[in-house]
Every structure is written in structure tokens, then in C-alpha cells.
Design a protein around this ligand. Structure first.
Ligand SMILES: CSCCC(=O)C(=O)COP(=O)(O)O
Ligand SMILES: [Zn+2]
Length: 213
């Protein structure tokens, strides 16, 4: 058995994929001021995740580390993301989850404030709803939950667990904070993240135009 219980090639591949994708997200302005965190499953017991506090627009391999699914660092002295539990809970719960992306875009943050009272953003009537796994038609509605912010990750994780008990979902907002989105792999997680961002932007514009709200 090797000294570290995960495949180094898999880690290098995952780190490369995270770096390329997060660079794009940072260029869009979705990761301001070192915010946001990103992870990819490595195997049944490990995930690669961003080191806490790093500038997500300038990630290198040294900014990606390995955690077990209890969020403990594996083979590294660095501190994993302060929000690691919100990643590992999804990997633990569903073997199909392969990638978790968390961003703090302007739209996500404004929408989280605007819709916190309702506890959700209802997304309905958009062709782009087909971007979400399992949604074959624009006629289906998606409810994007908005959770109260907390610095206590077990509190947030417990709320997410309760939501997931009620059916599949691909993301949630945290009030005044940002968006979590996930998928089977990086491509699917990106598609979900991009679709949420676009649809949230549409809902905000409709309110600015006085069409809704
Ligand atoms: C400066 S952003 C505050 C923490 C946060 O919300 C975040 O997404 C980044 O935390 P991390 O520990 O993953 O760098
Ligand atoms: Zn955050």
C-alpha cells in the first residue's frame, strides 16, 4: 500500500480540472476576495478540495489538497476550505456526486438577499431548465432553496440533508453568501452552476423591470 491512500495521477487530474475551471469562474468575477471553494471526488473515500483562504483566481496545484469524507486533511498540513463539510456531505450521501462548486457571484449574492424571506427562488418557464440533470422539459419548475447563513457548518449541512431527503436537487443559495451547485462530474456541475447563475440573473432583471415581485 502507498503512503497516501489515494491515486496521485487522479489527484493531478482533478487538480488540473479544478484550476482550469476556477480560473474561468474567477475571470467572470464569481470568486471575489478569496471567496468560493471547489472540490472533485477522487474515489469512494477522498476528494480533492481547495485550500482555505487562497486566491481562487490564481490557483496552482499547491492550492489543492486531499480530504477524507469526514473532512480531515490527508497527506497535507494545510487547512482545507472552511466549508469542506458542505462538500463532503454531498459525496458521502450520494456516490454519483463527483464535483461540488461554490461561488459568490454578484447575482447569487443579491438574489440570496432578495429571496431569503421566501426561502427559495422559483425558476419556471425557462428553456434553460433543461440544463438540469433529469429535466427533459422547460415546463418543469425548479425551486432553488435559500438557507440562512451560518458560520456553523453542521447547522447548514443538517438543513441541506433535510432538503435532499425530499428529493433530488442540484444547488442551493445561502443568504448573503453565495451558491452551491454540484453534479456527477465537473462538466455537469459547471452546467448546473452556469444555469443557476443565468436563471437567477433573469429573475433579478424581471424584478428590476417591475415584471415580478
Ligand atoms: C473571504 S470569503 C469567506 C469564506 C467563504 O465564504 C468562502 O467561500 C471561502 O472560504 P475558504 O475557506 O474555502 O477559502
Ligand atoms: Zn463561501
Amino acid at each position: 500500500m502507498s503512503a497516501v491512500p489515494y491515486d496521485h495521477k487522479q489527484l493531478a487530474d482533478a487538480a488540473g480540472e479544478i484550476i482550469v475551471n476556477v480560473r474561468e469562474l474567477a475571470a467572470l468575477g464569481w470568486t471575489p476576495a478569496t471567496s468560493s471553494n471547489f472540490s472533485r471526488r477522487l474515489d469512494a473515500a477522498h476528494a480533492a478540495i481547495t485550500v482555505s483562504g487562497r486566491d481562487k483566481g490564481r490557483l496552482t496545484e499547491a492550492d489543492i489538497m486531499v480530504v477524507d469524507l469526514d473532512g480531515r486533511a490527508v497527506g497535507s498540513d494545510h487547512r482545507p476550505s472552511a466549508e469542506t463539510l458542505l462538500h463532503t456531505q454531498l459525496y458521502r450521501r450520494d456516490a454519483d456526486v463527483g464535483c461540488v462548486l461554490h461561488t459568490h457571484s454578484h447575482n447569487q449574492t443579491v438574489a440570496s438577499r432578495l429571496f431569503a424571506g421566501e426561502g427559495r427562488v422559483r425558476l419556471e418557464g425557462y428553456e434553460l431548465l433543461k440544463a438540469f440533470r433529469g429535466n427533459a422539459t422547460h415546463e418543469a419548475a425548479i425551486e432553488l432553496p435559500v438557507l440562512a447563513n451560518s458560520q456553523h457548518m453542521p447547522t447548514l449541512a443538517a438543513q441541506v440533508d433535510t432538503l435532499l431527503d425530499h428529493g433530488p436537487m442540484w444547488g442551493y443559495l445561502i443568504d448573503g453568501h453565495g451558491l452551491y451547485a454540484w453534479g456527477r462530474d465537473m462538466a455537469e456541475a459547471r452546467r448546473h452552476l452556469d444555469a443557476f447563475e443565468f436563471l437567477i440573473g433573469c429573475e433579478l432583471d424581471l424584478r428590476r423591470l417591475g415584471v415580478r415581485g
